[in-house]
Structure formats: structure tokens, C-alpha cells
Write a protein that binds this ligand. Structure first.
Ligand SMILES: Cc1ncc(COP(=O)(O)O)c(C=O)c1O
Length: 366
């Protein structure tokens, strides 16, 4: 067999869950509910769905390659993003096959052998995978009170550091780092280090002290702000996200991205999703209601949790998370064990949240 690359063989692979239909068949349960991947329980906007239907019925573009520049979508995103009346230019936006892909592209574009990245732990697993697959090293800085320890992260920078990843809100904890500490953190970032600010859950944040990171970008700082259509916009299955970054950095990333990395239907759906403010409002409202319901229920059964700024809740158990995960699975409820005694549960529709709580009470004998 061909010899694997040493640094690739060390990567712990991401293990995807089984298709839900397969689980239902195996467990002989009808209507499993999946609260494991932080998707929007309302699904996509009707406007996006209608646009897709019309497109598939009336156009014959599927046989052609997509617009590799994402011209219309980048313009639509640009029209939504401005600071003090100054718009983010389409040249400063880069599209990805999910924001996941942009993490990978950024690492490959700016990190080479011997370079290092800094990230928090626990945080989004894809950062370390991307860095490892480029043959580079990473340093992990533990969360403090379930939040990024930004000053410790800045203090960990050395001459080899090329990139720092900050998930804000963080996955799996749902916490944010607020404006004042973010400001101090940014003051400590030397030239030559790219700060990747992952705002996958941006639309859900309620805290008024959430940093406005576009300001750093407008001031010419080396930040790559990542956002996605997978979460609040409900388009996870189509794989589309975007980055906001200085043009010079975007240009380097474009050089190594696959020329047609985002597909025609994803670009179209994302453009229409951006026009549907009502769907976004409903999404946020249902998330808020679900959050309050789950907080109340968790309080009433004495389950500890971390207050969230996203569409999922990180719960802290007294017992083994895998055991709870398996017990809930038998009841047709899929959550995500994220640590030995931690689970992450996506906030679902009201009936899904109720079912989850009923199942939880049954398996915990409450
Ligand atoms: C923090 C964070 N960043 C990025 C992503 C990936 O999003 P996308 O679907 O755009 O690749 C996720 C998805 O779970 C996430 O939690």
C-alpha cells in the first residue's frame, strides 16, 4: 500500500452520524428527532425553496459549471454588509463550500511546514483537522468558564504562529467573548498573524456586547470573518458559507481554491435566503422560545448548563455522556456527546424540545 503521510495518519477522523432513516430502521423507532448538528429546525426560507423549484423547472443550467466567481451572491452579501455607510466590497468576500472549506483554504494558503496555529479547547474540531492536514502544528488553550481565554491565547503567540482561531459563539459551549476583552485581544495580535473569527452562529447572538468584528476588517486588520448559510439560514445541506477579508488575503485564498467550489443551486438559494428577513426573524424567535423552555426544564430537574448565544445548549452531566447519548437514542432522540460528561443539544421546534425533555426525564428516572 502507498505509505500514508505521517501527519495525515495522526488525524482523528470526523465520524459522521448514520442517516436518520437507517437509525429508525435499526432502532425500530418512527420519527427520530435529530438535535445533534445545530441545524435550523424550520429549514430554509420558503423564498429560497421557491427559487430552487422554479430554477429546476425552467432552467437548464445544471449541465453547466457554476459561476466560479459567485458574482451575484457576493454582490448580494456586499449589499448587506457595511460599517458607517462603507460597504464591504464583493472583492473582500470569498465563498466556500460551507465555511468549513474556507478554514481549510485559509490554512493551506497561509501555513506551511513548521508554522503553528492557536485555538481554544474545546472548540470547533475542524480547526485542528485543517492545520494537521497541512502538516502544521497547533497549540490549544483551555477555555475558562467555558469561554475562550483570549489573553492567554494572545500570550501563546510565538514566532511560528500564523493563525489564531476564535469561534464566537464557541461550539460546543455556545459562549461569546465580549467587546472589551476582544479589543484587548486584538491589541495584542502582532502583524503577520491572521485572526480567523468564526461567526457561524452570528445571527443568533442576543448579547449587546457582541463585538462588531467588521470594524477590525474595515480598519485594515488581518482578520478573516467566517459566516455561513448552514445555521440560521437553514441551508446546511447545500454547503455554502462566506468569508470577509482584505482583498490581498482573499486573492491568495482564491489562488488555491477549487475554481468551482460553490455550486449553482447553493448560490441561488443563498441569494434568496438573504432576502427573507421574516424567515430569519422567525428562526431567531423560535430559538429564543426554545432556549427559555429548555433553561426552565433544565433548572427544574437540576441539570447544569451553560447559557447560550447560539442555537444549541451545552449541558454538564454528573454521569457519562455516552451512556446518556445511547439511552436517548433508544428513545429516538439524537444529541451530541461532546466530552466525557458533556452533551450538546440543538434547540429544536417546540414539539422536539418537549420530546427531548420527556426522553431525558425518562432515562434519568425523574
Ligand atoms: C463554529 C462553527 N464553525 C463553522 C461551522 C461549519 O459551518 P458550515 O456548514 O458553513 O461549513 C460550524 C458547524 O457546525 C460551526 O459550529
Amino acid at each position: 500500500m502507498i505509505e500514508p503521510l505521517e501527519y495525515v495518519s495522526r488525524i482523528r477522523p470526523y465520524v459522521p452520524g448514520k442517516p436518520i432513516k437507517e437509525l429508525e430502521r435499526e432502532l425500530r423507532i418512527k420519527e427520530c428527532i435529530k438535535l445533534a448538528s445545530n441545524e435550523n429546525p424550520l429549514g430554509p426560507s420558503r423564498k429560497a425553496l421557491e427559487a430552487l423549484k422554479n430554477f429546476l423547472e425552467t432552467e437548464n443550467e445544471i449541465g453547466r459549471y457554476p459561476d466560479g466567481s459567485g458574482y451575484y451572491l457576493k454582490n448580494a452579501i456586499s449589499n448587506k454588509l457595511s460599517v458607517n455607510g462603507v460597504k464591504v466590497s464583493p472583492d473582500e468576500i470569498i465563498l466556500g463550500n460551507g465555511s468549513n472549506e474556507l478554514i481549510d483554504i485559509a490554512v493551506r494558503a497561509f501555513m506551511g511546514p513548521g508554522d503553528e496555529a492557536i485555538m481554544a479547547t474545546p472548540s470547533f474540531v475542524v480547526y485542528s483537522m485543517a492545520v494537521q492536514s497541512a502538516g502544521c502544528l497547533y497549540r490549544e488553550v483551555p477555555l475558562v468558564h467555558h469561554r475562550h481565554d483570549l489573553l492567554e491565547m494572545a500570550g501563546a503567540i510565538n514566532r511560528k504562529t500564523k493563525m489564531i482561531f476564535v469561534a464566537n459563539p464557541n461550539n460546543p459551549t455556545g459562549t461569546i467573548n465580549k467587546r472589551p476583552e476582544f479589543e484587548k485581544f486584538m491589541e495584542r495580535i502582532p502583524d503577520g498573524v491572521l485572526v480567523v473569527i468564526d461567526e457561524a452562529y452570528y445571527e443568533y447572538v442576543m448579547d449587546t456586547e457582541y463585538p462588531d468584528t467588521l470594524g477590525y476588517f474595515m480598519n485594515g486588520r488581518d482578520v478573516l470573518i467566517l459566516r455561513t448559510f448552514s445555521k440560521a439560514y437553514g441551508l446546511a445541506g447545500l454547503r455554502i458559507g462566506y468569508g470577509i477579508v482584505r482583498k490581498e488575503i482573499a486573492d491568495e485564498m482564491h489562488k488555491i481554491r477549487e475554481p468551482f467550489n460553490t455550486n449553482t443551486v447553493a448560490q441561488l438559494a443563498a441569494m434568496y435566503a438573504l432576502t427573507d428577513d421574516e424567515h430569519l426573524r422567525n428562526t431567531i424567535e423560535i430559538n429564543e422560545q426554545g432556549k427559555q423552555f429548555l433553561y426552565k426544564e433544565f433548572d427544574s430537574i437540576g441539570l447544569k448548563y451553560v447559557p447560550t448565544e447560539a442555537n444549541f445548549i451545552y449541558a454538564l452531566l454528573d454521569s457519562d455522556s455516552k451512556t446518556l447519548f445511547n439511552a436517548l437514542l433508544q428513545k429516538g432522540v439524537i444529541v451530541r456527546p461532546t466530552g466525557p460528561k458533556e452533551i450538546r443539544v440543538t434547540i429544536g421546534l417546540p414539539e422536539e424540545n418537549k420530546r427531548f425533555i420527556e426522553a431525558l426525564k425518562t432515562v434519568l428516572n425523574i
